[in-house]
Design a protein around this ligand. Structure first.
Ligand code: BG6
Length: 490
């Protein structure tokens, strides 16, 4: 089965931070793959820009290496790669001094083609980039700007960052990336909910007991200590990715897939999240930090040792019992859990339905488990609907909990595209459905800020957990206090 490709209009793609990690690992490979899939129309240009002094040829060599390293050999076609490399050029620019922006203007010219300015740079520089683009008259009606998280480190800083960009670009031109929204299975959550009649009548507190959202990683700091130690898991993962997953899971059906229809519904969920204040935080939040332990590749250092700072209280693990105070979800806990150096790399949403009201089967039938719908985002994308069935064979009525299992890799023999491929094409198309609107980002911070404040001001220290485990014991206690357990992935 091949996926359907709808070509996009020709565009100029300016990548600021062109020699950085994101460009190397994600953006260049994603652009190459979209070209190889036949999605580009001519003439499409890609301009790399960063502070490094480089010639076009040097940048092309950088891009060739990046693609060879981060795209599988069998996906690379030498002639296609050659054509891709030819559309690349490079310009040194400096957002502080403004050097290079006049040259950029010359390189782009006055065309009314779609132009994308991708800011793969530190957020402190977003405002300066936007100002220089404006000063050069580069913000045409067809211009879009793309920014990556972190959008602020609390509500106040997020607002001022949004103000800075908003002074130069209209909201309809601003694409705030949360790459989780570009993941295939995250979009499948919407398909599952709104393209099937089966689940929606059950999607509420009358039928759902609770929801678990886990984003577990086995990696540690990955050389990002400078950023991560100032952020921590709450800012790095919960404020954006986890809350976005929660919104898609919990929102009311939007009237359409229009960007604002979807984002209006997500916003209502964020606004309905019950605030967690200083008194409640120790009971419904857990912050952890990994200690020395093991990964699949052998022993690993603890966070503080990796950082060479024994005093850091930065959390590498968070668990939260969140609640949504509205008619649909009152009384249904949403347990969120994310961390680095955990036992397994797995991201999934588990929806646990309520128990049957009464069993007609005797004790010999065994325990009747609640139905669960498990949406696996990665790895091994797919959906499992756990049901009770009769154990086959004679010998009485014994019951078993088994999954109806739909693995997407088996169902569709196509490569699962990387989130950036989808998202970059959506930017070119001007489709903001999978991008965060300003008010969403700010509403998410409004919920996060009191938790940050409770942790900063209160007695709740980051609890140690051994690398390679499922986090601090307090995380297990958080859910077990409610008579529930974390879903065991397999
Ligand atoms: C990023 C975080 O946004 O998401 C990282 O900054 C994290 O800390 C990453 O590792 C996880 O993304 P993925 O796609 O690998 O699950």
């Amino acid at each position: 089965m091949t996926s359907q490709i709808i070509p996009v209009e020709p565009f100029d793609f300016v990548m600021f931070g062109a020699t950085g990690d994101l460009a190397e690992r994600k953006l260049l490979p994603a652009l190459y793959r979209r070209q190889a899939a036949g999605q580009f129309s001519e003439p499409t240009k890609i301009i790399g820009a960063s502070r490094s002094k480089m010639t076009d040829e040097e940048y092309r060599a950088f891009a060739r290496n990046a693609i060879s390293e981060h795209v599988k050999g069998e996906e690379i076609d030498a002639a296609e790669l050659g054509r891709f490399i030819e559309r690349l050029s490079y310009l040194p620019v400096d957002a502080k001094s403004g050097d290079g922006f006049a040259e950029l203007k010359k390189a782009i010219g006055d065309s009314d083609r779609i132009r994308v300015f991708y800011l793969a740079v530190a957020p402190e520089l977003f405002g300066s980039f936007a100002d220089h683009l404006k000063a050069q008259g580069l913000i045409s009606a067809n211009a879009r700007i793309v920014v990556e998280k972190p959008i602020g480190r609390d509500l106040a800083s997020a607002k001022s960052l949004n103000d800075r960009i908003g002074a130069d670009f209209r909201e309809q031109q601003i694409f705030r990336i949360d790459h989780y929204l570009g993941k295939e299975t995250v979009q499948n959550l919407m398909a599952l909910r709104f393209a099937n009649a089966l689940y929606e009548p059950l999607w509420n507190s009358a039928h759902i007991d609770h929801v678990q959202i886990t984003v577990a990683e086995t990696v540690g700091l990955e050389g990002r200590a400078g950023y991560y130690d100032k952020a921590g898991a709450l800012r790095d993962m919960v404020q954006n990715h986890m809350l976005q997953l929660l919104c898609l899971m919990a929102m009311e059906p939007p009237a359409s897939m229009d960007a604002d229809a979807v984002r209006d519904e997500k916003l209502k969920v964020l606004r309905a999240l019950k605030r967690i204040n200083g008194n409640e935080a120790p009971r419904v939040t857990v912050r952890g930090q990994y200690r020395a332990g093991a990964s699949a590749n052998g022993p690993v250092k603890g966070y503080a040792e990796e950082l060479a700072n024994g005093d850091s209280q930065t959390e590498t693990f968070v668990a939260i019992k969140a609640e949504i105070a509205n008619w649909r979800w009152a009384g249904v806990p949403f347990y969120l859990r994310t961390g680095k150096r955990l036992a397994q790399r797995v991201s999934e949403i588990v929806i646990e339905f309520k128990q049957i009201p009464h069993s007609i089967f005797g004790d010999s039938a065994g325990r009747i488990e609640a139905n669960q719908l498990v949406i696996r985002l990665q790895p091994g994308e797919g959906v499992k609907q756990w049901l009770m069935i009769k154990d086959p064979g004679p010998g009485g009525m014994r019951l078993r909990h088994v999954p109806l299992d739909m693995s997407f890799a088996q169902a569709f023999e196509v490569r699962n595209p990387d989130a950036y491929e989808r998202l970059i094409m959506d930017v070119v198309r001007g489709n903001q459905t999978l991008f965060m609107r300003r008010d969403e980002v700010e509403a998410a911070w409004r919920w996060i800020d009191p938790i940050l404040a409770a942790w900063e001001d209160g007695p709740q220290e980051a609890q140690g957990y051994t690398a390679g485990t499922w986090g601090p014991s307090a995380s297990i206690a958080l859910i077990e206090r409610d008579g529930r357990t974390w879903h065991e992935s397999n």
